[in-house]
Write a protein that binds this ligand. Structure first.
Ligand code: UGA
Length: 441
């Protein structure tokens, strides 16, 4: 395999994973960021995001001389003469901008910075999730006939990004110039994954289409869990029975407090805007988002009933112990966390909140997202004197808590398990009343 000289602009979890993994495939990779302190840490092999296997890959790449960190896109792209990057990956933030439209200003600024520095024949690869038409717009901004723009969306999940990169379900590469698409696809040849070669607009749409479909799957499951409660059925058995159908599959069928994180909420809103812009009323997607918003209120209603025994009971001054605050287990990411959305509603209802999360420590209390929640670094302290304990993130270690000890610590031995994580029978034996989603009590 021919090793390529690659620049990766942006060392967030997508950029850093991409850089470290491409280096592990034998390419020579230079990663750029604007944050000097972070680059210094990375150059010493210190990775400050919680991503299994990533620190090891960074250390290996540094030791082998295949991975370097530099400040600024210019330094990464230009190299010295022949050393200039052949392929430039843009792994930049595309946050939700005004009206849900993806904000492309960082991508545009970087393209403007590097456009005169690219060697003839270079390829720009967009890995960020961007609206359909961005590759075309990037080409227009570049004003370079000798540089191709390729869309190569990433499908990494936080918490398993390295594994997802190195054992992908598929690689998607889109470009209106076939040879450029093939050159980018060749970077991944060693992975042996099915590869979809297509035009840029289709590749850009694949990413939104996949994330919106995943969100729809979860909203469907959450709605189905509610229906199970009304019909006296059990969602775990229903999803297991559905999942054996290979067209449906067992994964991504776990009900919860609603989907969140830095991707699904942003991408579903952006897709709605894309559809609006194309004069298409995407009702299914609108219902997917509305169902998710409603799910958070539904959790609050469940807590209200569990704590007071009444649908309209008051949560005012009730003390609630929250277990899990990150948007899912295995990450320390709080962005768009459903746990925090539920917490905000509980606070509005007058409850007093004490929270524990294995990925956060007491010094996290100063983070603005956690305002109004007393953060403790012991799950038993979160439960102390609580009127209910609420499991909001599916950290496996919650399963093995000493529930008898919790039953003694709480004021009211009630657990609302929004992830159907715990062993209901074991809790009942410990004297705790367990309520899940879509499960029989
Ligand atoms: C998601 C997609 O899964 C990735 O394929 C995609 O590459 C990534 O977005 C992205 O666009 O970068 P991620 O945001 O890391 O990955 O998180 P997921 O594992 O998809 O979880 C999203 C949300 O759904 C979380 O709040 C999680 O708790 C929830 N979820 C997930 C459930 O409630 N039930 C499930 O069965 C699965």
């Amino acid at each position: 395999m021919f090793a390529r000289r690659i620049a990766v602009v942006g060392t967030g979890y997508v950029g850093l994973t991409t850089g470290a993994c491409l280096a592990s495939l034998g390419h020579r990779v230079v990663c750029a960021d604007v944050d000097a302190a972070k680059l210094e840490r990375l150059s010493r092999g210190e990775v400050d995001i919680l991503e299994p296997g990533l620190a090891e890959l960074v250390a290996e790449g540094l030791a082998a001389g295949r991975l370097r960190f530099v400040q600024g896109a210019t330094a990464a792209v230009s190299g010295s003469g022949d050393d200039a990057a052949e392929v430039v990956f843009l792994c930049l933030p595309t946050p939700m901008g005004v009206g849900g439209v993806a904000d492309l200003s960082t991508v545009e600024r970087v393209v403007d910075e590097i456009r005169h520095l690219l060697r003839p024949g270079a390829v720009i690869v967009n890995k960020s999730t961007v609206p359909v038409g961005t590759a075309l717009r990037t080409s227009e901004l570049l004003e370079r006939d000798d540089v191709a723009v390729v869309s190569n969306p990433e499908f990494l999940r936080e918490g398993s990004a390295v594994q997802d990169f190195l054992t992908p379900d598929r690689i998607v590469v889109g470009c209106d110039q076939q040879d450029a698409a093939e050159r980018v696809a060749a970077l991944y040849a060693r992975l042996g994954a099915p590869t979809v070669l297509t035009d840029a607009a289709s590749a850009e749409l694949v990413k939104y289409a996949a994330n919106c479909f995943l969100a729809m799957k979860l909203s469907y499951v959450n709605a189905m869990a509610e229906l199970c409660e009304r019909l006296g059925a059990d969602i775990s058995d229903v999803t297991e029975g559905m999942g054996y159908d290979r067209r449906i599959g067992q994964s991504f069928l776990q009900p919860g407090p609603g989907w969140g994180g830095s991707c699904l909420p942003k991408d579903t809103h952006a897709m709605l805007q894309v559809a609006d812009g194309a004069d298409f009323e995407f009702r299914l997607l609108r219902a997917t988002i509305d169902t998710n918003t409603r799910q958070r209120q539904r959790i609050v209603d469940k807590v209200r009933l569990a704590v007071t025994g009444k649908r309209a009971g008051s949560l005012s001054r009730r003390r609630l112990g929250l277990l899990g605050l990150t948007f899912k287990a295995g990450t320390d990411d709080l962005r768009d966390s459903p746990a925090l959305a539920v917490a905000a509603l509980l606070r509005q209802a007058g409850a007093e909140l004490v929270g524990y999360d294995p990925a956060l420590h007491e010094d996290a209390a100063s983070r603005p997202e956690l305002a109004g929640i007393t953060i403790v670094d012991d799950p038993y302290l979160a439960a102390k004197d609580a009127d209910a304990v609420i499991v909001l993130t599916e950290w496996p270690e919650f399963r093995t808590l000493e529930w008898a000890k919790i039953a003694e610590a709480v004021r009211n031995p009630v657990v609302v398990d929004t992830r159907n994580l715990l062993d209901a029978e074991a809790l009942n034996r410990a004297g705790v009343q367990w309520t899940g989603l879509g499960r029989k009590p």
